[in-house]
Design a protein around this ligand. Structure first.
Ligand code: ADP
Length: 158
């Protein structure tokens, strides 16, 4: 069976922290599906179409990375697309506690799905999509937290 991983998240927007996790995970898998979760109860800053096309732009030269959207349970979506691994990034103890619970839950839901947690590099541990959105809303300089390929789009949009 092919080693396929799913990297689920909101990616509102994708940051250099996400990109680093994905690049480090690339040698481990044959394919990584970046899966943008859609939750009708949640309000997003960037539309689903924007988030999708921003991630596609960042990885346009990386054939092992695919971008898809999904709704419902992540474990169900992983099974549907034949992914055996669920990739997540961990920045700190709060992330770890959260990820541990979700990983244990997903294991109960889907025994064939293994969660792989990659610990982020110290230089990315303060970066989050929430912080980036906050900076953008207040017209601050968010470029340094964003992948090069999408900096212009986001700055011009603001
Ligand atoms: P969610 O809304 O599900 O937390 P995010 O888009 O915020 O989705 O994050 C997706 C994944 O990327 C999560 O595993 C998150 O911990 C990880 N992540 C986010 N920012 C960073 C970062 N700076 N370094 C490493 N991993 C990160």
């Amino acid at each position: 069976m092919k080693r396929i991983a799913i990297f689920p998240g909101s990616f509102d927007p994708i940051t250099i922290g996400h990109v680093d996790i994905l690049q480090r995970a690339l040698p481990l898998f044959e394919k990584i599906v970046v899966a943008i979760g859609t939750n009708s109860q949640k309000k997003y800053f960037f539309s689903l179409e924007e988030r999708l096309s921003l991630i596609e732009k960042v990885f346009e030269n990386e054939p092992k990375i695919e971008v898809q959207t999904y709704s419902g349970l992540t474990a169900n979506f992983a099974t549907k697309i034949g992914a055996g691994f669920l990739l997540r990034g961990v920045r700190n103890a709060t992330d770890f506690e959260f990820e541990k619970t979700i990983a244990q839950l997903n294991k109960e839901l889907e025994q064939n799905l293994e969660t792989i947690l990659l610990v982020c590099k110290p230089k990315y541990s303060h970066i989050s999509s929430t912080i980036v959105r906050e900076i953008l809303i207040h017209k601050g300089k968010a470029e340094k937290f964003l992948p090069k390929a999408i900096q212009t789009y986001i700055v011009e949009k603001m």
